[in-house]
Unconditional design. Structure first.
Length: 255
């Protein structure tokens, strides 16, 4: 399956940064606090439909194209509890009937309390997709065993040499691909590749699609983000990038 996402900007995106709830305004519970960069209540670029997007704080990657590098720092963001994230989703849940919830970042699986966040959000939405670099294989497998209907999209930005150069991690490609294969063996259905197409990896677009086999293969174009700090992402070799997209489209039409 192939999905092409157009990413000029998120229309009417609403970024929310919240302080942790005051003790006298929340129920007593045993949830741990974790760092969230922001919550987006009207996400239009992180999956189909209108989505509630959770941007987790912290990421070990240093991707060359990253449009939200302010999520990298492990000690940034705001301390939030899973129950609070769920409460923010409930405020606008009627908007998400044709969409769902996306957890991205940063790297979501850095958070040890990610299963607690998912448990809370699953109370109202069974369409949750997590975007990850695939590095924390054991944590991903454990979450998928608990929630076999969850969606997992692993960002792989080209073939091995290209991906590792873009992501700044020597074994990133093999780690991500290995995680995908393990999820396949588990019988997970809602899994796939995610690729952000740019000058550095456009030539790998068709080969990576062929490698994906029967997995979903979702693409986005290199983009900036007006609600984060990045504004310098530019596709310089537009004709070359367009030619590679055309080759992929022709392959799809022949299939």
């Amino acid at each position: 399956m192939f999905i092409l996402s157009y990413i000029p900007m998120a229309i009417l995106a609403f970024e929310q940064n919240f302080d942790i709830l005051k003790p006298n305004t929340r129920k007593e519970h045993n949830f741990m606090q974790g760092r969230i960069h922001s919550l987006e209540s009207f996400g239009t670029v992180d999956g189909p439909g209108t989505r509630f997007v959770v941007f987790v704080q912290g990421c070990p990657m240093r991707c060359a194209y990253c449009h939200n590098p302010d999520t990298w720092a492990m000690n940034g963001g705001t301390l939030m509890e899973p129950e609070y994230v769920y409460e923010q989703y409930k405020r606008n849940e009627s908007f998400y009937k044709n969409g769902g919830i996306t957890v991205t970042g940063g790297e979501p699986f850095i958070r040890e309390d990610l299963p607690q966040i998912v448990r809370e959000l699953y109370k109202k939405s069974d369409r949750i997709v997590i975007s990850t670099n695939g590095f924390f294989t054991e944590r991903i497998e454990a979450l998928c065993r608990e929630f076999p209907n969850i969606g997992i999209r692993i960002s792989i930005e080209g073939l091995e040499e290209t991906n590792n150069k873009i992501r700044g991690l020597e074994n990133g490609f093999q780690r991500g691909l290995s995680t995908l294969r393990k999820l396949q063996e588990m019988g997970m259905r809602d899994i796939g590749f995610g690729m952000t197409v740019q000058d550095m990896n456009a030539a790998d677009l068709l080969p990576l699609y062929r490698l994906s086999g029967d997995l979903e293969f979702a693409t986005a174009s290199l983009h900036n983000s007006f609600y984060f700090v990045e504004t310098g992402n530019i596709i310089h070799e537009r004709a070359m990038v367009a030619e590679n997209f055309e080759a992929l489209i022709n392959e799809l039409l022949r299939s």
